[in-house]
Ligand binder design. Structure first.
Ligand code: ANZ
Length: 852
């Protein structure tokens, strides 16, 4: 294939069969076919080469298709993938679908279409849209979390967690949403309503599968240190994990009826121990029932019942109007150091899921305790004095929560600063076996079951107790009991455990979930002639995204989830790009699974995602969040149709810094279209020459400066400034009046543009006479000396004081700079009558003349 005319060393593409203008509808599909046919982006490891694993947070394939926020992150990662290929690195850049989840199921309920059908239709649409944008994915690695071949391994990982005791059943007070028919995680609830659909949520005890993420709390916190992640996301994870150092303190029961035992509390302020005036149990605390005195029983029970309906958020809300509630149990504990008897209260500002579910109340130094003590007339005893000069109000009026010196706390403590007092108290408690230093985490175990259809079935079953297994049939509702206390893991060979086909996916009002209705699926007989019942809970949507990046390294392995070699070749992920909304949950859950898989020896890397970048949200033209109801949604399909995929890519990278929130401005799309067309026309209509004379000094320097700036900007993901730098260079070339353009300058521009606008890049490259894709062509190099301005301004000092400024060639030698300096009258006047004893010349920066 040679379309270029050759005349001397001047060639032009204008005679070839190339369109006269950048016809995106012709050019873009042409290159998309080219890449697909040649598998240009197939990830292959070559010996001795470095690698980059560039990952996008894979999308949920919703019915409404891509929105313009998707291509923003995807283009950013694609620019990096393409750039790194041109730097001779092996690149893994995959794409797949996070395809289980509520919306497909909700759609199925509304339309009667099986969620599997809609899911794969949506995937086809997403794939078409992504391909129209020319992303350099290795499509041979595409996967969907709903593929049975993938589910098989998600279930396999669950079984490993189960085998190691990290997946277990537990009666959990869950957030049950009757309208959605499912249990929701705390983080899926906003102001007591479901985040999705805004339905009311109740608290119910329910048998649930729980993953023991708390076993990894320490590592999850500790290993954040080594990650190149946005500061805000690290902080969000830290807050979520919520490490706090403190002590456990035992308060032995004093009440005669309560029997032996003690109330154990967690406190971050052991130094305030002598200021405790009562203790509080969470309403769910098992001791409540046992310690409550007969006279108080009715009141306490009523209170506990009422508290059960409240969300944690309501219970912990602070503020003057949020009065604290509680009841006295009539029981007492003994103070571990003073021996004093203190009342035990029940109050819902103490949460069952945190610490030990009980607190030692110090009203003088804790705001919640202060509010409570004030309402119920409990004593307030000051044990910390603020440092001198403080204007803190008296503790009767307001809790003093700061640090200071211990007071009213006995000879051991009085006068000690807070940090010291903490240590002394803990030592004393340890000596008396009444407590110990502990680290507590806010992180809770992960409730890992959903009572929905469209999720991975949990691969567990249970024996069924029946009078007669031959005659009885649990599918016909013959009397039977499912032994949930005897879970049995599904044999590995039987994975994947598939979902049954059902006509009705509606959750119904059975908290066991809709799979409980699929009786032929749920109950089965084994060769022992006995009936068994499958688990009817499914996994939450987060499951599939916990390990998809691992599968991408080895997507067709039928023997293992992924192989050792693949792990070594590709992991960890070098760059992970995705929305900030996943700052906590997805990233924490995936890190948890990863650490577990690391402990099993299945990956050699402690952390999955080394560098993380969040793209900023794209707002509508009105500066508001895009939403159907506002009518400000920009559909990428429309943009591609009108302007082309490269225009969309260029525009989204040009809008502003990648991480910034920024509004869509259609007028600006025209700006990048002009740039694209200018580059195209340069190559299409101008002649190219290799002759050295054609490369004038200005062009040469601007070219090297452009390469340097674009390279640095790409390396730091500063794409908007990379594009504007290329625009300047393109304008410069276009404005040159000479006959032919220096080929090297134009080729370098095309190479640099190509990661941003790959169709344009390939088309220009072909027009320039190359018969190979530029995808792996070496990235342009610059010569540092050509990137510095030929003239630089230098300050001239005489004896350390600035006396003038000279403009000299950047590489000027000392004698020339001295001569230029002496030409300055002011400098000369300061040297008048003196002898120059020393000259200090720092090229490009300063000339200092020492004279006597
Ligand atoms: C006594 C005390 C005195 C406290 C004082 C604070 C200040 P962080 O830092 O968030 O870990 N607490 C412990 N368990 C609780 C629960 N289940 N529900 C509600 N509050 C609970 O908070 C730890 C502090 O929160 C603990 O330290 C305890 O109050 C309270 F001047 O103990 B503190």
């Amino acid at each position: 294939m040679k379309f270029v005319s050759v005349f001397n060393n001047v060639v032009s593409a204008s005679d070839g069969p190339f369109p006269a203008r950048y016809e995106h509808e012709v050019i873009e599909p042409k290159w998309q076919r080219y890449w697909a046919e040649r598998e240009t982006f197939k990830a292959i490891r070559r010996p001795g080469k470095g690698k980059k694993f560039v990952l996008d947070m894979f999308p949920y394939p919703s019915g409404s298709g891509l929105h313009v926020g998707h291509p923003e992150g995807y283009t950013a990662s694609d620019v990096m993938a393409r750039y790194w290929r041109m730097c001779d690195l092996d690149v893994l850049h995959p794409m797949g679908w996070d395809s289980f989840g509520l919306p497909a199921e909700q759609h199925a309920i509304n339309t009667g279409t099986h969620p599997g059908v809609t899911t794969y239709e949506n995937i086809a649409n997403f794939r078409r849209q992504l391909k129209s944008l020319g992303f350099s994915y290795d499509w041979s690695r595409e996967l969907a979390t709903t593929d049975w071949d993938y589910v098989r391994w998600t279930q396999w990982i669950f079984l490993q967690l189960y085998n190691k005791g990290l997946a277990e059943q537990s009666e959990v007070l869950v957030n049950w949403c009757p309208a959605l028919g499912t249990v929701l995680a705390n983080e899926e609830i906003i102001d007591g309503k479901s985040e999705r659909g805004d339905h009311p949520v109740e608290r119910l005890p329910l048998r649930q599968w729980v993953l023991k993420i708390t076993k990894y709390a320490e590592e999850l916190e500790e290993d954040l240190k080594g990650l190149d992640w946005p500061e805000g996301t690290i902080t969000a994870q830290k807050l979520w994990i919520g490490r706090s150092e403190g002590a456990r303190v035992m308060f032995p029961l004093a009440s005669p009826g309560a029997g032996p035992g003690s109330v154990e509390v967690f406190t971050t302020r052991p130094d305030t121990l002598m200021g405790v005036t009562y203790v509080v149990l969470a309403p769910e605390h098992p001791l409540v029932e046992r310690v409550t005195s007969e006279e108080r029983r009715a009141a306490v029970r009523a209170y506990v019942r009422e508290a059960a309906g409240k969300s944690d958020l309501d219970r912990t809300a602070t503020g003057k109007d949020k009065g604290k509630t509680g009841v006295d149990t009539g029981a007492k504990v003994v103070h571990p150091l003073s021996g004093e008897e203190l009342p035990i209260w029940v109050a819902d500002y103490v949460l069952w899921g945190y610490g030990t579910g009980a607190v030692m109340a110090v009203p003088a130094h804790d705001e919640r305790d202060h509010a409570f003590a004030t309402i119920f007339g409990l004593p307030i005893k000051q044990v910390v004095a603020p440092d001198a000069g403080s204007d803190a109000p008296p503790v009767e009026e307001e809790a003093f929560v700061g640090e200071g010196q211990a007071v009213n706390s006995g000879p051991l403590l009085d006068g000690q600063p807070t940090s010291e007092a903490k240590k002394v108290v803990v030592e004393e408690l340890e000596k008396r076996e009444r407590g110990a230093a502990v680290v507590n985490y806010r992180l809770r175990d992960w409730v890992f079951s959903r009572q929905r259809y469209w999720g991975e079935p949990i691969p567990i079953y249970f024996p069924v107790d029946m009078a007669d297994h031959d005659k009885g049939d649990p599918r016909k509702d013959d009397p039977h009991t499912i032994r949930f206390d005897q879970p049995i893991p599904v044999e590995e060979a039987e994975l994947p455990l598939k979902l049954p086909d059902m006509d009705n996916f509606a959750p119904g009002n059975d908290p066991q979930g809709c799979l409980a209705r699929a009786k032929d699926w749920r109950f089965f007989k084994k060769s022992d002639g006995k009936w068994y019942a499958r688990e009817t809970n499914t996994m939450p949507q987060w499951a599939g995204s916990c390990w998809y990046y691992l599968r991408f390294s080895d997507p067709t392995n039928s023997k293992r989830a992924w192989g050792e070699e693949a792990d070594e070749q590709w992991l960890p992920v070098d760059l992970y790009v995705g929305g900030q909304e996943h700052a906590v949950l997805h990233l924490l859950y995936a890190r948890f699974w990863h650490k577990f898989l690391f402990d099993l020896g299945l990956t050699k890397h402690r952390e999955p995602f080394l560098k993380l970048v969040h793209q900023g949200m794209i707002l509508g033209t009105d500066g508001e969040k895009m939403s159907k109801s506002r009518g400000n949604v920009v559909n990428p399909d429309d943009v591609v149709k009108e302007f082309g995929g490269d225009a969309l890519r260029l525009y989204e990278m040009f809008m502003g810094p990648l991480e910034a929130v920024k509004p869509w401005q259609t007028a600006q799309v025209a700006g990048v279209v002009r740039f694209r067309d200018k580059v195209f026309q340069l190559v299409r209509n101008r002649e190219m020459t290799d002759s050295a004379e054609a490369m004038d000094d200005e062009t040469l320097r601007l070219m090297h400066k452009t390469i340097k700036k674009v390279t640095q900007d790409v390396e730091t993901l500063s794409f908007n400034t990379a594009i504007s730098t290329m625009m300047i260079f393109a304008n410069h070339l276009a404005s040159r009046k000479t006959e032919a353009l220096p080929r090297a300058a134009v080729e370098n521009l095309v190479l640099m543009v190509s990661p941003f606008a790959p169709h344009l890049g390939e088309e220009c490259w072909e027009m320039l006479g190359h018969d190979h894709s530029l995808a792996c062509h070496p990235w342009p190099r610059y010569q540092e000396e050509l990137t510095v301005d030929d003239f630089v301004k230098l300050g001239v000092q005489v004896n350390g004081k600035t006396r003038g400024e000279v403009s000299v060639p950047a590489d000027a030698i000392e004698a020339d700079v001295m001569a230029a300096a002496m030409e300055q009258e002011k400098v000369a006047s300061f040297l008048d009558g003196k002898r120059v004893v020393k000259v200090i010349y720092v090229p490009g920066r300063i000339l200092n003349i020492v004279a006597k």
